[in-house]
Structure formats: structure tokens, C-alpha cells
Design a protein around this ligand. Structure first.
Ligand SMILES: [Zn+2]
Length: 274
């Protein structure tokens, strides 16, 4: 048995966006429960202490695995984290078939596990709303997931003190890493927010009572708040009853500033000089 911290998926509805449930420290037998295939794995060392490994996909995941290799979001996440943080203990970033489990961080193995099937889940979520959706929205969602899970790894490996709930802190790291990219990252964070909004609609924002995350709709609004707060002059269109409520928007500049400072303070001694 191996202790897992991070996302473990509970399928809320068949084919639905379903990466959200996180049971905190949950005992799971990885090898039997995940169905991940270990054969044919290939390792790609990044410049950092983060080592990327693509496992051979189960046949339903072939297109998803090919998508992730093509878009190189794992490589981008590893390089971006390495540029900011000196990760002094090797962390594995493993992409594989998870048999319905969800992406997660395994602190016993210092391993981030990203599930191929979340590519098609994100795609279905967007396609239900807009049949001619763009691949880059799906890639954006996967990049947000990669940063979220890597945040759990940083908290564990570097012994970071979290600000508030770790799940919210991890979402905030994803926002930080995307917004550091500038306009392209803003667009990606907005795509991730849209995925959370669509998930809330599709899944009626079911609250299991055991989920340590904020609800999907809260996660959507939080991301909108961070985008708006980081550059409010460019995002007045986000403010509205169906998106970012006006009352919340008023405090987003301060909120984003606090979020950013919390992460930078936590990372303090581990930050690379820029
Ligand atoms: Zn998490």
C-alpha cells in the first residue's frame, strides 16, 4: 500500500470532467488500482531535478499520450518550475494510463502522476459547450494540472509552509506559473477557469463532503479573480454575475498580490536568482 496525496478521481458521471476529488492522505494500491502500464516507459531528463517519463499508453489512451508528447506540456512545466525554483531532490513526473484514477502526487515516491485520460476528458468538456474548440485549450488545462500537481511535490520535497489549504495553494501555484508567462499564460488560465466552470455545470458541482478542494465553480472564479487582479485594466469583460461577481472583483488586485507574495515567501530560499 502506498500513501497518495493529491488528486484521485471519482468519476462523477460517465465521460465527465473528473479530476477533482482529492481525499487527502488516502491509502491506495497503486499497481493494482491504477492499472498503469510500466512497460515501454521512456525517461526524458529535463534540465532540472524533475525527470519526465512517458509510460506506454493503454490502447484507449494512445491519442491522449500522442497529444501530450506533441504539445510538450510536461516539458514546459518542468522547465518553468526549474527556472524559478531549485528543486534539490529528484522529482519524477510520470505520464501514464491510470485506469480511471486521477492525476496525483505520491510523496512516498516523490512522483507526480499525470493521467492520459484527462486529455480526452477535458476535450469532451469543451466539445459539449463548443464543438469547434481548440486543442490549445485542452493543452492549457493539462498544463494547469501539471503545475497544480507539481505544487504538491514542491510543498513536500522542499518542506514548504502552505498558506491556507494546500489544495487552494496548489491552484494558486498553477495561476502563478501561468501568469508569469504573460498574455499567453493569461489565456491558458482563462481556459482552465472555463474548464472548471463547465465542470461545475456538467457535474452540478457535487459536494462529496470529503473533497479538500474548493468546489469547481469556486476554482473557476478564483482563477478569473487572479487573471483580473493581475491586470484588471485588460479584463473588465470578466466581471459579471455569470463570471466574476463585481463584489469579488473589487478585491482581486489585493488578493492576487497576496497570493503571489505567499508563494514567493514560501519558496524564498529555494528561488533561483532571476
Ligand atoms: Zn491537489
Amino acid at each position: 500500500m502506498t500513501a497518495i496525496v493529491g488528486e484521485r478521481v471519482v468519476m462523477r458521471s460517465v465521460g465527465a470532467w473528473s479530476r477533482a476529488l482529492c481525499g487527502g492522505v488516502t491509502a491506495l494500491a497503486i499497481a493494482s488500482a491504477s492499472g498503469c502500464q510500466k512497460a515501454g516507459a521512456s525517461a526524458t531528463p529535463s534540465e532540472s531535478g524533475i525527470v519526465i517519463r512517458y509510460e506506454a499508453p493503454a490502447s484507449p489512451d494512445r491519442d491522449n499520450a500522442a497529444f501530450l508528447r506533441k504539445w510538450k506540456v510536461a516539458e514546459e512545466a518542468a522547465e518553468a518550475v526549474d527556472a524559478l525554483v531549485d528543486v534539490d531532490r529528484p522529482v519524477s513526473l510520470v505520464l501514464g494510463s491510470c485506469g480511471g484514477e486521477g492525476s496525483a502526487y505520491d510523496p512516498e515516491a516523490d512522483r507526480v502522476e499525470i493521467c492520459y485520460d484527462e486529455v480526452s476528458e477535458a476535450r469532451e468538456l469543451f466539445q459539449r459547450a463548443e464543438p469547434r474548440h481548440a486543442d490549445d485549450d485542452v493543452a492549457a488545462v493539462m498544463l494547469e494540472t501539471l503545475f497544480h500537481e507539481t505544487a504538491h511535490a514542491l510543498v513536500d520535497v522542499l518542506g514548504l509552509r502552505t498558506s491556507g489549504r494546500e489544495e487552494d495553494f496548489a491552484d494558486q501555484f498553477a495561476a502563478l506559473m501561468l501568469l508569469r508567462k504573460g498574455v499567453s499564460g493569461e489565456r491558458q488560465l482563462l481556459a482552465a477557469a472555463e474548464a472548471w466552470r463547465l465542470s461545475a455545470v456538467t457535474n452540478e458541482d457535487v459536494d462529496s463532503g470529503t473533497d479538500e478542494h474548493s468546489s469547481d465553480s469556486q476554482r473557476a472564479v478564483n482563477h478569473l479573480c487572479y487573471v483580473y487582479g493581475s491586470a484588471s485594466g485588460r479584463h473588465q469583460n470578466l466581471v459579471g454575475a455569470d463570471d466574476l461577481p463585481a463584489d469579488r472583483a473589487k478585491g482581486c488586485a489585493r488578493e492576487w498580490s497576496t497570493v503571489r507574495a505567499s508563494w514567493m515567501t514560501a519558496l524564498g530560499p529555494h528561488l533561483r536568482e532571476e
